[in-house]
Design a protein around this ligand. Structure first.
Ligand code: 5GP
Ligand code: ZN
Length: 115
């Protein structure tokens, strides 16, 4: 855990969030500035700066994040209409919170192209 990290604080319950799922490895909560009707953040409980550090962590943790994204999408009723899972890494991608997270976006048609 990192004291100054907002997502570590949410995972630990020190900072309020609209949490929809939590287990021993992953926490899911609503994004505070939604960019789609459904905009949830899938966050590993362990502090990892970004996907750039993927090789330093248990690959099962990364897989579990994607499994939970699919599960939560199903529970939110967007499995059939479709959704997007995105992770931003570094400045060109606009990463603003340096604790790995996957955006789950759906509930309406999403814009393309991504770049
Ligand atoms: P990034 O830009 O790093 O890919 O995404 C960070 C996301 O976290 C943004 O979509 C932003 O709205 C969201 N966010 C930032 N601070 C908070 C917060 O305190 N609570 C919640 N629920 N979302 C946050
Ligand atoms: Zn953190």
């Amino acid at each position: 855990m990192t004291d100054s990290c907002i997502f570590c604080a949410i995972v630990a319950g020190r900072q309020p969030a609209r949490t929809v799922y939590q287990d021993e490895t992953v926490t899911v909560f609503w994004d505070i500035h939604p960019q789609a009707r459904i905009h949830l953040l899938i966050v590993p409980n362990q502090h990892i700066r970004s996907l750039a550090e993927a090789e330093d962590v248990d690959p099962a943790l990364l897989g579990r994040c994607l499994q939970v994204a699919a599960k939560v999408a199903r529970e939110q009723g967007i499995a059939e209409t479709g959704y997007r899972v995105v992770t931003n890494v570094g400045p060109h991608a606009g990463q603003s919170v340096f604790h790995l997270h996957f955006h789950l976006l759906g509930g309406n048609p999403l814009r393309l192209p991504l770049g």
